[in-house]
Ligand binder design. Structure first.
Ligand code: NAP
Ligand code: ZN
Length: 335
């Protein structure tokens, strides 16, 4: 028997309360991680509030985890006790389907999210399949790297896999946890970068993170002025947007990639897509392969999260502040 202690939500929108569960026998392919830090992603807020309708209560949120391996299952050969590792949205996959076989485990139909149907990182420890416990490069500080495990990979993976390069004109919409890392990675890819934000007080910091231009989306007509300007727009916003305005802001062959989760369906005029061969896409987290690569790129290009630290016991305060869009730019819980 192995008891894990954390903070769980027992009903939609409820406060986090102390909670413990028995993790049972350590499985052959699992590692147990003693958690030092866990980021507070907006997806945790959606799960706490059951915005997506599939939250299972009680559960411990948290899927931007950094910690130290304290136990390894009998079949684990690539991680050892004492390794510093990070865990993101995904804790396991089937390992044998077509997508797992080709290194796209994040697309596996049996993918297991770290804190849906399982308990996540607002806790002292967590267990995952060792393939999803990614070694963290020594130069990265645990507090600043924790948000890369979800926010970082979610913006890195589409920039990488949709071929963003020095000639690309990239826009990052919403400069929060995901967006402030999106600016840094887009700069690392060599693109010309524009920050789209509702918060004009973020301009100076957005520029220091890599934005060449800053567009205040609250200004009337702001989107119209940039019609036909971008090759790649990445929306990290959890609210409904002027989607047609963003599609119109794309150049021919441009793509609007949606990673934030707005509440309503997205409606677009077909002609605005087909005429200029534009497209809309989505992207979920990223594969373990891309996670390894993303952390390596972060280490070499100095990409890191700007964080506000909260004691693990103050997780409710962190959640409340994220809901008010007052965190600059990622709340991180520390044990
Ligand atoms: P966050 O830190 O709260 O940042 C979201 C940003 O969106 C805010 O900082 C704000 O930026 C902007 N925003 C908020 N409310 C807005 C509104 N009403 N209108 C316009 N802009 C608004 O959230 P996050 O952790 O980055 O997550 C963002 C979204 O991505 C969430 O929906 C989350 O569930 C989703 N997500 C998806 C994946 C995936 O795999 N696809 C992974 C992680 C997260 P400004 O102040 O600059 O306007
Ligand atoms: Zn997340």
């Amino acid at each position: 028997m192995s008891e894990i202690h954390g903070l769980a939500v027992h009903a939609a929108g409820a406060h986090l309360l102390p909670y413990k569960y028995d993790a049972g026998e350590l499985q052959a392919n699992e590692v147990e991680i003693k958690i030092s830090h866990c980021g507070v992603c907006h997806s945790d807020i959606h799960l706490i509030d059951n915005d997506w309708g599939f939250s299972k209560y009680p559960f411990i949120p948290g899927h931007e985890i950094v910690g130290t391996v304290v136990a390894v299952g009998s079949g684990v050969v690539d991680r050892k006790t004492g390794d510093r590792v990070g865990v993101g949205w995904q804790a396991d996959s089937c390992g044998v389907c077509e997508w797992c076989r080709q290194g796209d485990e994040h697309l596996c139909a049996k993918s297991q999210p770290t804190c849906v149907g399982r308990n996540g990182g607002y806790a002292d420890r967590v267990r995952v399949n060792s393939r999803f416990a990614i070694p963290v490069p020594a130069v990265l500080e645990s507090e600043n790297v924790a948000p890369l495990l979800c926010a970082g990979i979610t913006v890195y993976s589409p920039l990488r896999n949709h071929g963003v390069r020095p000639s690309s004109r990239v826009g990052v919409i919403g400069i929060g946890g995901l967006g402030h890392l999106g600016l840094q990675f887009a700069k690392a890819f060599g693109a010309e970068v524009t920050a789209f934000s509702t918060s004009k007080d973020k301009e100076a910091e957005a520029r220091s993170l890599g934005a060449h231009h800053f567009l205040n989306t609250q200004d009337t007509g702001a989107l119209k002025k940039v019609a036909g300007s971008f090759d790649f727009l990445l929306s990290t916003v959890s609210a409904d947007q002027d989607w047609q305005g963003y599609v119109n802001a794309l150049r021919p062959k441009g793509m609007l990639c949606v990673v934030g989760v707005p509440p309503s369906p997205i409606q677009i005029q077909a002609f605005s897509l087909l005429g200029a061969q534009r497209s809309i896409s989505g992207s979920p987290t990223g594969s373990p392969r891309d996670l390894h690569e993303m952390l390596d790129v972060a280490a070499r290009h100095g990409v890191k999260a700007i964080t506000e630290r909260f004691a693990m016991s103050k997780a409710n305060d962190a959640v409340a502040k994220v809901k008010k869009n007052q965190v600059r730019y990622r709340a991180v819980l520390a044990n």
